[in-house]
Design a protein. Structure first.
Length: 554
């Protein structure tokens, strides 16, 4: 989702946490430098897409046997119930998390196809894929920095990501990647389109984010096969913002050849923990699932019950370890879930610490400008530092966790597991100082709470709306509920305030963009069982206050 926002000039307190003490949460301001594992920086990116492909993963739970757990799953606990004890155990534990993430969240990201060929030039990369008798082709644009190659490169997903001028000035090339050529938005789940689905079928249960990641992996394959005079396959980064921030995160999670992953303001289906989204006022999971087929089809079983998920995004943050990770966030738009994103970063950073590479993760939400996907001066220096460290391999600056107290999450509220001291490798243990008990700011996020209107007691349907408003725009989430009889088709009527206009919609059709608008079901959400509900949503400009929906069935 791309969300325009007004500019906020209010400066909020910030929490800066040293990466050697990421469990700390509260009003502190401290930065420390550590040097553990820095000698290994040049070898952090893997030589293969999936180092754990040879790990035997067994004991994956079935959908019907998943318990409810409001706490974040323990990233250190294996499927057999034992806890890893050595850093060398992480490779196969990561493989277990990968299988869980694919099965329940993203859908399968297939391994390298039978044949991948292509070309690399000073201006473009072409990719040709053949697998099981099917073929597809796509390309990406290349912009080189000044100087003499070969160059490290950052894949910019969808044209929105970290500042490309800063990237090139630092000495890295920019690869402009169109993910929609690989997995197209605006398609139904049973008829997905793009280069990925040309190979694996339009009814594939794999979501767009994993498909986009597959496309970047094939670009890296082609770079690896080139003569190496232009781009370095072992010095690759990825970045994207908003929906493309979700993609950048997934790309870095699933391909261990990515040395530096830089998602920006990724929102629901990106970095924020799924369990935290319902309580924060962020874009609902059902809205993110229905807006586009970003997530795998299986995730539809969890949009109303994320506590049943056997995996959460803090573990996907951990899957990037020990590689470089720079998460950029916006505390001014609650719809993006920044509080839940900070919890994901803090939880994943526990794995970074246990592996002895706590310096390799940065989370930064201390920004003054609230505009969505802006180029922020606060991020310029850490961006340069991360490029030097992980792509150019000439720097050694430690990462930092810098959380605005406007959207400060507390990991202690979400976990009931300890961080173990893992044997082998660097032996400096994590600090044992307990976290302070000072609670975070209690000011609630600026969002209208979900309505409490009960579903109709008789036949027919009822509709309620919740609105997440910011300066100049809003997102409305509408819940349609059936009464004591099932509903087969519904129409919701709502009058928008004067000056308000709908700019995008998901999981419904609409009759117009302003004034009185009728919303009707799409094919997959028209049938509602008795006592059950479904949701649709839309983004608008102006104000969404005071809207009252009515519903008619049939």
């Amino acid at each position: 989702m791309t969300i325009p926002s007004g500019r906020s000039r209010t400066r909020f307190p910030v929490v800066v946490l040293a990466l050697a003490a990421l469990t700390v949460a509260g009003s502190v301001s401290v930065v420390t430098r550590t040097t553990n594992a820095q000698a290994a920086v040049g070898t952090l990116a893997a030589a293969v897409e999936d180092e754990g492909a040879d790990c035997a993963v067994s004991g994956l739970p079935d959908l019907g046997s998943l318990p409810t757990n409001a706490k974040l799953p323990d990233p250190f606990k294996k499927l057999n119930g034992t806890t890893i004890t050595a850093r060398s155990d992480w490779r196969c534990r990561r493989a277990e998390i990968k299988e869980l993430a694919e099965k329940f969240v993203f859908g399968e990201k297939p391994a390298k196809p039978a044949t991948v060929t292509g070309t690399v030039s000073n201006s473009s990369i072409t990719v040709n894929v053949t697998h099981n008798g099917r073929s597809s082709t796509f390309s990406a644009r290349v912009e080189l920095p000044s100087g003499t190659g070969p160059f490290p490169a950052v894949v910019v997903v969808g044209g929105f990501g970290a500042d490309t001028a800063t990237i090139k000035a630092a000495g890295a090339a920019v690869i402009s990647y169109d993910p929609l050529a690989v997995g197209r938005e605006g398609t139904p789940r049973n008829n997905k389109q793009g280069a990925f689905y040309s190979i694996y079928g339009s009814s594939s249960s794999t979501g767009l984010l994993a498909a986009w990641g597959w496309g970047v992996s094939r670009i890296i394959d082609v770079i690896e096969q080139s003569d190496g005079r232009i781009l370095k396959a072992d010095a690759m980064g990825v970045t994207g913002c908003s929906r493309y921030g979700k993609g950048a995160f997934a790309i870095g999670v699933f391909d261990q050849r990515i040395a530096l992953t830089m998602p920006i303001e990724s929102g629901s289906a990106g970095v924020p923990i799924f369990r935290g989204i319902p309580g924060e006022g962020a874009q609902s999971l059902s809205s993110a699932y229905g807006e586009q087929p970003w997530l795998g089809d299986a995730f539809g079983s969890f949009t109303g019950s994320p506590n049943r998920l056997p995996v959460d995004t803090h573990e996907m943050v951990a899957m990037v370890a020990p590689r470089g990770l720079f998460i950029m966030d916006n505390p001014h738009i609650a719809n993006l879930g920044p509080r839940s994103a900070s919890v994901a970063a803090l939880g994943g950073a526990e794995v970074y610490k246990a592996l002895g590479v706590g310096d390799n993760i940065t989370y930064w939400s201390d920004v003054q400008d609230g505009s969505h996907c802006a180029n922020r001066p606060e991020w310029r220096t850490p961006l340069q530092n991360n490029i030097r460290k992980f792509l150019l391999k000439t720097g050694n600056e430690p990462g930092v966790i810098r959380i605005s107290s406007r959207a400060l999450g507390r990991l202690a509220d979400w976990r009931d597991w300890p961080t173990p001291v893992l044997a082998d490798g660097p032996t400096t243990p994590p600090p044992t100082t307990p976290p302070p008990t000072t609670p975070p700011p209690t000011t609630p996020p600026p969002t209208t709470p979900p309505p409490t209107t009960p579903p109709p007691t008789g036949g027919g349907c009822a509709a309620t709306v919740s609105v997440n408003q910011w300066t100049g725009g809003f997102v409305a989430t509408v819940r349609v509920s059936a009464g004591t009889a099932p509903v087969n088709g519904w129409t919701v009527t709502m009058t928008l305030p004067s000056g308000a206009s709908i700019t995008s919609i998901w999981s419904a059709n609409r009759s117009g963009s302003t004034g009185t608008v009728q919303f009707t079901n799409v094919a997959y959400n028209g049938a509602i069982a008795a006592g059950q509900s479904t949701e649709f949503g839309y983004q608008g400009s102006g104000t969404g206050a005071g809207m009252t929906p009515t519903c008619s069935a049939g």
